[in-house]
Design a protein around this ligand. Structure first.
Ligand SMILES: Nc1ncnc2c1ncn2[C@@H]1O[C@H](COP(=O)(O)OP(=O)(O)OP(=O)(O)O)[C@@H](O)[C@H]1O
Length: 537
């Protein structure tokens, strides 16, 4: 069955290690990274096209007659004759044999047959327990993704407009309609939606993700405008006094610098209270006034602080009150996302979308978003740890867009103490406790290297040149043919590499276009279409 595809070329000779050189018919459209079958009598191998060039038997620059011909337009046809594609292919899989294809072996297109039996033969695994994701470039064969490796975390990277959000939407739709033993289920998920690219999944496009889910909700920070929205509130008792102090002081300095004297003083004052009091103390105007009075009446010198540090902390608390308490009304003892919410998500294989877009969270700064992401990370870790130790393993995915804002590398000019630690713990403990992180970013170079090294499956879209080095080291290297294409990949193509891929080697995959999945806030209309539609009005 594997060798049913059209024969398009012939192996000429064996190259280095697993490489072969072949001659391919010029009529076939081929691309670097594309997969082919090589048939050596009855021995079949799967090969990836690394390099190719069109050659012509007449062509040799050094021969005087060719030099002459090249300057004549009329001779073009002659030169165009006897053209073939000289190709270098690497063998990536050998089907039940261990030898390299000999010269004279056939190079064949992948067959069109893609039923379950075929996939079983192609991959050597039972396709029923895998997710079918897109198809290999130049073929209809889907890439199979192994759900069992999902807790080893994923990275989805690519420059602006390279197709990340659409890919994420496609992945969410696949992971919302998982067929296992005749039943449809879904992966419970929480999404930090940076641009409102997934909010339609809770309303007009709910049917795209509700196959295996019984609960889908969108949370916003502003006041909800309809029943389809829920106001997000968080519970500060999950934080340590040190974390909260650093956060409150950093708000005053635009989120970047922390004055350690000031945060130490606030830490000292907060530590006198029980964690459970934090929502009343820091979530209500009266509570904050109380804390400010405590600082005023404290004999600061005795505990090693100056009165000016005291005044600075009081003013930082004022800023915190204006923004977090009065404007965003973010803190509540009965937070709207809590352990019961996670229970509901788990039981109903739910989807919780936190809308961080300018519509759902107008005016919300990065520090406040970090506080929320940190809160969700802590909640998840506590919840899943308890579940694990009470003997009931659970599983939740946490999708974080613009991941560089929450786990920045040292090169990225943003401080994120609050989120970094919590996310590093989630990443390291993920497999044990059943959490899978999906980190989405335009700039993988700006994501913390340690966390990057903990991702085990990658979806690389077209990336910026500056990110190439990071992408190569994070993924443990890509074959040259694919690495070369990374900075020029067409939108809609992705290189998938890592443990979730049943192919086990990096592959170039085309993501199918579904116009309904393609309708979302961040989707970009073609400029010519926008201009024409506007001038018709
Ligand atoms: N698989 C695909 N097939 C065809 N067109 C696609 C595909 N994926 C994305 N596109 C097109 O490319 C546009 C940009 O894609 P997308 O919004 O996913 O980019 P992005 O990488 O998320 O960009 P940003 O980082 O700026 O949000 C989409 O609006 C859509 O028109």
């Amino acid at each position: 069955m594997l060798d049913e595809g059209k024969t398009i070329g012939i192996v000429l000779q064996k190259g280095e290690s697993n490489e072969v050189q072949a001659l391919i018919s010029p009529e076939v459209e081929i691309n670097s990274g594309q997969l082919f079958i090589i048939k050596d009598n009855n021995k079949l191998s799967l090969a990836r096209l690394d390099n190719y060039q069109y050659i012509n038997e007449f062509y040799d620059e050094k021969i005087p007659i060719v030099k002459g011909l090249l300057t004549e337009d009329k001779t073009f046809d002659i030169l165009n004759m006897n053209t073939a594609i000289k190709a270098e292919l690497s063998i990536i899989k050998k089907y039940n044999h261990n030898s390299s294809p000999l010269p004279g072996s056939y190079v064949k297109m992948l067959p069109e047959n893609k039923n379950e039996d075929f996939l079983k033969e192609f991959y050597g695994v039972d396709p029923k327990s895998f997710i079918k994701y897109g198809s290999f470039a130049g073929s209809d064969i889907p890439l199979l993704l192994d759900l069992n490796s999902i807790t080893m975390h994923l990275g989805i990277f690519g420059e602006t407009g390279s197709g990340k959000s659409y890919d994420m939407r496609y992945l969410i739709s696949l992971l919302s309609n998982i067929k296992i033993s005749g039943k449809t289920t879904a992966l419970p998920m929480i999404i930090i939606d940076a641009n409102g690219d997934y909010t339609d999944f809770s309303s007009i496009n709910i049917d795209l993700v509700s196959g295996g889910r019984k609960w889908i909700k969108k949370y916003v920070i502003r006041e909800p405008k309809s029943d389809l929205e829920t106001k997000l509130t968080i519970d500060l008792s999950l934080f340590s006094p040190k974390d909260l102090s650093e956060f409150i002081i950093s708000l005053k300095y635009g989120g970047n610098d922390i004055n350690s004297l000031q945060s130490n003083l606030l830490d000292y004052v907060l530590s006198k209270h029980d964690n459970k009091e934090y929502n009343t103390l820091l979530g209500k105007e009266e509570g904050i006034s109380l804390l400010q009075q405590e600082i005023q009446s404290e004999n600061l010198k005795e505990v090693g602080f100056s009165p000016s540090t005291g005044r600075a902390v009081i003013s930082a608390l004022e800023i915190f009150k204006d923004r977090i308490v009065k404007r965003f009304k973010l803190v509540s003892n009965s937070s709207s996302v809590n352990e019961s919410t996670l229970d509901i998500i788990w039981e109903n294989k739910g989807l919780l979308i936190i809308d961080f877009s300018a519509d759902g969270s107008p005016g919300v700064d990065i520090s406040t978003k970090q506080l929320i992401v940190s809160y969700i990370s802590r909640l998840l870790l506590n919840y899943l740890t308890k579940a694990k130790y009470s003997g009931s393993q659970k599983l939740l995915s946490f999708i974080i867009e613009e991941a560089q804002n929450y786990i920045p590398s040292n090169d990225y000019p943003i401080s994120a103490n609050l989120t970094k630690e919590a996310l590093v713990t989630l990443a390291t403990q993920g497999r044990k406790f059943g959490v899978s992180l999906f980190l989405v970013s335009q700039r993988p170079a700006f994501i913390d290297k340690y966390v990057l090294s903990m991702l085990n499956t990658f979806f690389f879209h077209r990336i910026y040149h500056e990110d190439l080095r990071y992408v190569m080291s994070a993924s443990g290297g890509l074959p040259e043919s694919l690495a070369k294409r990374l900075t020029s990949l067409e939108t809609g193509y992705v290189i998938v590499s890592g443990v979730m891929s049943a192919l086990k080697v990096p592959a170039l995959v085309k993501i199918p276009w579904d116009p309904r999945l393609g309708l979302y806030a961040g989707a970009v209309e073609r400029i010519d279409r926008v201009l024409i539609e506007d001038s018709i009005k």
